[in-house]
Design a protein. Structure first.
Length: 180
């Protein structure tokens, strides 16, 4: 079974548990912290996947390090370590957060601009694209990219809205080349 399918199943199970217990927001916060820990500390994954470290030591380590986390998250980590699947934790977290956002009608988007957008500009973009995508809200992540010259480029999932000057210049160039 592919790792993406396995990650989705674990994420779906966590989502159902959180939904039944009314702890979705708590799980989201814990999983965001956990993802940051896994992304910044590669030695953690090395330790938890090392074949010479037995499962009892891995479980004890997880209990000690993540004692402040909910039991559902700790048990999931222990199960993943026992089954040698700890490296899919970031994928599980991504799918879990996507499931939570889908349930709430929220979409996450990345906006590329020449400069950092003001809060008012972000709110205006969020409101405009929330209506366009029939979502309750859009959460924007602003990335500064001086190569776009001016305007903004917005990416939601696999959809890109390019309102940049560099994008318009490229479209004009393509039209000129195809016209000849």
């Amino acid at each position: 079974m592919s790792e993406a399918v396995v990650a989705n199943r674990y994420a779906d199970a966590l989502f159902q548990l959180g939904n039944e217990q009314g702890k979705i927001e708590q799980l989201v916060e814990e999983l965001r912290v956990l993802k940051e820990v896994f992304e910044t500390n590669k030695k953690l994954i090395t330790f938890l996947t090392h074949p010479r470290v037995n499962n009892a030591k891995k479980k004890q380590f997880i209990n000690e390090v993540f004692h402040d986390f909910s039991s559902d998250v700790v048990h999931t980590l222990q199960l993943l370590a026992e089954r040698q699947r700890i490296e899919i934790v970031p994928d599980i977290i991504d799918h879990f957060i996507q499931s939570v956002n889908d349930a709430k009608g929220i979409a996450e988007a990345t906006v590329y601009s020449v400069r950092e957008l003001t809060d008012a500009e972000k709110k205006e973009l969020e409101a405009t694209f929330a209506k366009r995508f029939n979502k309750q809200a859009i959460k924007l992540n602003n990335i500064v990219d001086p190569s776009i010259v001016g305007g903004v480029k917005l990416r939601i999932g696999n959809t890109i809205y390019d309102g940049t000057i560099s994008g318009k210049l490229k479209r004009i160039e393509r039209n000129i080349v195809t016209a000849n």
